[in-house]
Design a protein around this ligand. Sequence first.
Ligand SMILES: *Cc1c(COP(=O)(O)O)cnc(C)c1O
Length: 394
Amino acid sequence: MSITPLMPVYPRCGVRPVKGEHCHLISEDGTRYLDFASGIAVNLLGHSHAGLIGAIQKQAETLMHVSNLYGSPQGEALAQKLVDATFADTVFFTNSGAEAVEAAIKTARAYHQSEGGDSNRFELITFNNAFHGRTMATISASSQEKMHKGFSPLLPGFKYVEFNDLEGAKAAIGPHTAGFLVEPIQGEGGIRVGTPEFIEGLRQLADEHDLMLVFDEVQTGVARTGTLYAYEQYGIEPDIMATAKGIGGGFPLGACLATEKAARGMTFGTHGSTYGGNPLAMAAGSAVMDAVANEDFLAQVREKGERLRSRLEQFIGNYPELFEGVRGMGLMLGLKMKGEPRPFMVHLRDNHQLLTVAAGDGTLRLLPPLVIGDVEMDEFFEKLSAGTADYEES
Ligand SMILES: *Cc1c(COP(=O)(O)O)cnc(C)c1O
């Protein structure tokens, strides 16, 4: 037998973390890495946040899991925090981002297919190079063929349009259109920021045609961009939104948020999840919200994001043959490279113990924990400088 016990769907690298300390990971062999990946925008409080650990420990000792057949004081508490802090009136908890997007897709379809709606409307317009997860519905929602190969038939009901192409989105609206599903900033796709005209235009089109504007804020959400959710920076609100990644701070948790109107089809018995919103997950989510959903924390993310960005812009000016520019918002930044980002990511990782994430569109993603301090920022630039200097030579 040659297949590995872990199903070989990931090309795993040689870094084998066994411990996390604030913004660092320590590998099995004792090597320390500076973590500018954060488990892909998950560990926003770093790796050893006392508040998050304490909340999980305390809840684990008290009550870990009960069925959604029972009342949930823990779920009500976190849902209330999210409702208070966002556009939403109601929340469905999931265990992952893909499930949160699934719930969002179902909510958008059910809006039209419930009483008073138009049952012929089921199609979501999505955008090229989007990433929405790896379930059948969420790969079908993405135009990326590499995710489809071997898994046909796809789920019907998605139409792909170029990202940031408002005219294209408008032209794609037809009698079956239920709404738009969009990442305000494409993460996996290469930190491509939605233009204000595009995002505001989608809101306007949705209003004109009674469509659901569904935001996938799985990566952009939970303070990552310097506001609790990225939609706030566009001065508009979605009807439905998926959130996950950072919201559990490392504990598997996601949620689908919606307005009362958008959730009109999500009635008793229409959706469910065994684990979704269990007390342990709710304790983690509440601890994260308590830490990040305040102006003080958000202002710090914006300030650090601006500092990281301006230092990066200054830095890449010295290497015009290697880097093209810096993109993103807050602490969700991308370094657009002239060549492929992957070999540079590997070089920084293996030779300078700096962890970053390669993304689409020739971009290297920088996703530090939101709690980074000056010391870690300086360490990042030391590693980046040294790594760029000897990458140039090689
Ligand atoms: C990561 C991601 C997902 C999928 O989340 P999982 O927890 O891996 O299922 C969906 N949408 C976006 C924008 C993401 O970045």
